[in-house]
Structure formats: structure tokens, C-alpha cells
Ligand binder design. Structure first.
Ligand code: FAD
Length: 171
């Protein structure tokens, strides 16, 4: 935030500096969220003890997701990238999390654990807070977030370039 303000003082504020500010607020939010809620961050039914929508612990489905062998090419590409590099874009994280929760109906914590193992920017509050949010048992009052995987692919990888980049990658 300090660096951002310094940049703005020198070069002026713009739309991009606003969005970095906005994203940093999320980081701050999940930091305090984790401090405030402690162990509730790791509970299947979340903070308010809502009933989790996805609760399966199916090893085969989980392996398909982890190895990038689902029926969704963009999800697979993102998972390959994660395992190969430790990186995944925010959009990718949302898509693969939605796939795990809504399409595979797995316990969201299995996804959070896998991210914990692989992300180079792993952070307890941001990771578990975001997963809980996408699992429909976290801070979001609107509940479950389901992404239309085909539409997301058409929007974010219309020519299949990203998918091709990570296609043959073996985990
Ligand atoms: C399921 C899931 C798990 C995630 N796990 C982590 C994690 O373990 N560690 C982590 O740092 N971020 C996590 N995020 C948040 C986000 O995906 C990353 O911070 C983001 O990809 C960083 O990209 P960037 O460096 O381009 O940041 P920008 O988009 O430029 O944002 C600037 C900074 O704001 C913060 N930020 C941005 N989006 C978020 C967000 N949704 N929640 C919290 N902080 C945010 C980050 O510190 C980031 O570096 C997760 C998101 C999801 C959906």
C-alpha cells in the first residue's frame, strides 16, 4: 500500500492503481478474518455452521481434479500450471474451486489442502478464506458461487491458447 501511494504521488492515480488498492483490501480482509475466526476457518460447514453443499471425499474424483483430468479443459490447464509452477491466476483459482465444489461436489477443504501444498504465495487467511467463500460457507452472504465453465473458457481462452500451452503436461 505504501509503494502504491508513493507511485500515485509520483505518477498520478489511475484505474489500475485503484484495482490494486481494491485487491489489497481483500488480502487485509482475509488476514483479519483468519485472526477473528481461528479454527472455524477449517470447518466443513464454515463460520455460520451452514450446511455445506459439497461433502464428498471421493478419491477418484479428487485425483482427476488434482491431475488435471476433468472434463473441463481450462480447469485441467490451470491445475497443470499450478503443479508445474506453484502459480495460478486469480481467475483460475476461482474456476478450479468452483469445479471442485459444484461439478465434482467434493469437500472444499480437499481443494484448500491441495492449494496449500502447491501455491508459492500460499497464505493461510487468503487461501482458506477464499476457499470457504467459494464453498458457500464463508463470508459471502450470497452463498454458493457457481461458474459456467464453458462460458468462462469462451471468455478467457477463446482461442484455446492457454489450454494448448498446458495440454500435454504430465503431473
Ligand atoms: C481459492 C483461492 C485461493 C487463494 N489462495 C491464496 C493464497 O494462498 N495466497 C494469496 O496471497 N492469495 C490467494 N488467493 C487470492 C488471489 O488469487 C491471489 O492473491 C492473486 O492471484 C494474486 O495475483 P496478483 O499477484 O496478480 O495480484 P493482484 O490481482 O494484482 O492483487 C494485488 C494483491 O492483492 C491481494 N489479493 C488479490 N486478490 C485477492 C483475494 N481474492 N484474496 C486475498 N488477497 C487478494 C494479493 O496480495 C495480491 O498480490 C486465493 C484466491 C482463491 C480464489
Amino acid at each position: 500500500m505504501w509503494a502504491l501511494r508513493q507511485y500515485e504521488n509520483q505518477h498520478g492515480a489511475n484505474e489500475s492503481t485503484y484495482w490494486i488498492f481494491f485487491e489489497l483490501l481483500w488480502r487485509e480482509y482475509f488476514f483479519w478474518y483468519a485472526r477473528a475466526h481461528g479454527r472455524s476457518l477449517f470447518i466443513l460447514n464454515g463460520l455460520r455452521h451452514q450446511v455445506a453443499y459439497s461433502i464428498r471425499q471421493d478419491a477418484q474424483r479428487l485425483a482427476a481434479w488434482q491431475n488435471g483430468q476433468t472434463e473441463f479443459p481450462l480447469v485441467n490447464a490451470c491445475m497443470h500450471q499450478l503443479v508445474a509452477t506453484g502459480f495460478m491466476s486469480n481467475r483460475g483459482r476461482q474456476l478450479v474451486a468452483s469445479c471442485l465444489v459444484n461439478e465434482l461436489q467434493l469437500d472444499w477443504r480437499l481443494g484448500a489442502e491441495f492449494f496449500e501444498r502447491h501455491l508459492i504465495d500460499y497464505d493461510v487467511g487468503s487461501n482458506w478464506g477464499n476457499w470457504q467463500y467459494l464453498g458457500g460457507v464463508g463470508a459471502d452472504p450470497r452463498g454458493l458461487r457457481r461458474f459456467d465453465q464453458d462460458k468462462q473458457q469462451r471468455t478467457y481462452d477463446p482461442y484455446g491458447e492457454f489450454i494448448k500451452r498446458w495440454q500435454g503436461y504430465q503431473t
